[in-house]
Write a protein that binds this ligand. Structure first.
Ligand SMILES: Cc1cc2nc3c(=O)[nH]c(=O)nc-3n(C[C@H](O)[C@H](O)[C@H](O)COP(=O)(O)OP(=O)(O)OC[C@H]3O[C@@H](n4cnc5c(N)ncnc54)[C@H](O)[C@@H]3O)c2cc1C
Length: 486
């Protein structure tokens, strides 16, 4: 039995609390702010049900679950898992960043480093992992604190309930209160993990916890940002916004009680860092991100090429130079995926991608994406806005005749030209496209933090030894002191 889209939709019709535009959402699967993206989310599970061999694996008793939950034992299994993740990403042209394979990958990384946990936390993690993958849960996560005053620790922020913290605990579990920033795709997930990735200081113990709970748990409140999907005039006008607006929401925990068997880290400052970096959670979750990005860049590359063809500029050397540069950038990310797999390591029985190459890809991704967007805008010129106001202008009459007269291309009819330019605008310029730029620049952390990881995880021994070796091969050509005196 494989979880399919219908099963996922059934699971979302629960008591979850989501607020948007001054109202509470009754049913996220039908609400006009979310229904299109939720349908796309469900289709990811249909993809698994349609091709269980290619997208799922057997847990040993006939239960099949998404390949992202697999603890790969060797290079071949890692690659098989990656191919499934590529197919998930391709469904949304790489536009759904927090698809179910993302946090599943985090948990695979936690499990690879299971030894880093204390015995209670490790046991809770293992039993949750088994249950979550058996249910093929979609898990969202919040691991960053709300912006306020970055110069102060969480405990020193004025106003009390800003950052989620433990406010009570008893034999049953912990109770948390406060906020976390941005659960992407939280509205369409089954469960939510809350944790922290920014280093904590002594005194921050109430903020040092990692736990997971169903989205519908009493007291969890999601405050959605504006829905881009709700604002679209038609799929033709906003083909990406209409279907792949995965949503971002601030999460407020209002005295949320979490049982101990769902608490993996408890008041442990060291473990809050160790859970990411002494395990392979940081590697596995960001490997999924880079795999997804490689699919997205392939899509954007195709878009850039098609725009050039449509505008009759493909034959110009300057255009080919631009496209050649974009192709090389997309290929470099693709190549890094292959390389980090080829140089993967056995980490306590789990075969994981090479960490140094993974963080290098993250660093490059943060600059390549904005460069892609700028280049596509540059290739497009005013064509991105030289489009009819909406699909309604194709009225079969006077306005459509003018559209046919004014929307021309050497390779496309007027409808196809408008269709392409509207797609391109949605990818790079609409509110949806603009959010994607922000996403790719920030989802894994600010640049200084990602570059800091690159510094930290690079093995400097080889480069330093090479310089020293070369410098040792020569010196000042001093004449012997005695000869100089004579
Ligand atoms: C679209 C989107 C989706 C997201 N989805 C998720 C999600 O699903 N789950 C989740 O947990 N998080 C999510 N995030 C949050 C994301 O992880 C953070 O945005 C990211 O870690 C950066 O943190 P910040 O937003 O507080 O920015 P900041 O850290 O405040 O960075 C803003 C600027 O301040 C500078 N700055 C901050 N601190 C310092 C410092 N100490 N020294 C020097 N400069 C500094 C930075 O360099 C940067 O220029 C999402 C973010 C976005 C934009």
């Amino acid at each position: 039995m494989v979880k399919d889209g219908a099963a996922h939709l059934r699971g979302l019709r629960d008591a979850r609390t989501i607020f948007i535009d001054g109202r509470r959402v009754a049913d996220v699967t039908t609400d006009p702010a979310f229904a299109g993206a939720v349908a796309s989310a469900a289709s990811l599970y249909d993809l698994q049900a349609e091709d269980p061999e290619g997208m799922t694996f057997d847990l040993g008793d006939g239960t099949r679950t998404g390949l992202a939950w697999m603890l790969p034992r060797n290079h071949a299994e890692l690659v098989k898992r990656r191919v499934a993740m590529e197919r998930i990403a391709a469904r949304s042209c790489g536009m759904m960043g927090r698809s179910p394979d993302h946090v599943a990958s985090t948990f695979v990384g936690f499990m690879a480093g299971r030894h880093a946990y204390d015995s209670r936390g490790g046991a809770a993690l293992s039993s949750y992992f088994e249950a979550a993958r058996r249910a093929d849960h979609w898990i969202g996560y919040v691991i960053i604190n709300p912006q306020a005053d970055k110069s102060r620790q969480a405990k020193d922020q004025p106003g009390g309930d800003l950052v989620a913290r433990i406010v009570d605990e008893d034999a049953g579990g912990i109770t948390i209160r406060g906020a976390k920033m941005l659960a992407t795709a939280g509205v369409m997930a089954n469960e939510l993990m809350v944790s922290g990735i920014v280093a904590l200081m002594p005194g921050d113990e109430p903020y040092a916890f990692t736990a997971v709970m169903p989205l519908a748990t009493k007291g969890i409140k999601l405050l959605s940002r504006r829905s881009y999907e709700a604002a679209v005039t038609s799929v033709f006008d906003y083909p990406l916004s209409a279907r792949f607006d995965e949503n971002d929401a601030v999460v407020f925990f209002e005295d949320v009680k979490i049982p101990w068997d769902r608490v993996f880290v408890h008041r442990d400052l060291r473990m809050m860092q160790a859970q990411w970096h002494e395990t392979r959670a940081h590697v596995m979750q960001n490997y999924q991100c880079i795999v997804r990005l490689s699919v997205k860049l392939r899509f954007l590359l195709g878009l850039a090429h098609r725009i050039a063809e449509t505008n009759g500029i493909l034959g110009f050397p300057q255009t080919r130079e631009t496209l050649g540069l974009l192709a090389a950038k997309a290929s470099s990310i693709e190549a890094m995926v292959v390389a980090m797999e080829a140089q993967g390591e056995d980490f306590h029985g789990v075969f994981v991608p090479d960490r140094r190459l993974l963080v290098s890809a993250q660093v490059l991704a943060q600059t390549i994406y904005p460069e892609f967007i700028e280049a596509i805008r540059g290739l497009s010129g005013g064509g991105l806005v030289m489009v009819p106001s909406s699909a309604a202008d194709f009225d079969g009459g006077e306005v459509e005749r003018i559209i046919q007269a004014s929307q021309r291309s050497p390779v496309a009819g007027s409808e196809d030209r408008v269709k392409l330019m509207k797609l391109a605008w949605d990818a790079v310029g609409s509110e949806f496209g603009s959010r994607h730029l922000q996403y790719e620049m920030f989802y894994s952390g600010p640049q200084f933090a990602i570059r800091g990881n690159s510094y930290r995880f690079h093995d400097w021994t080889g480069p330093k030894a090479m310089v020293q070796g070369f410098m040792d091969s020569y010196g000042l050509d001093r004449a012997p002191a005695k000869a100089a005196a004579e």
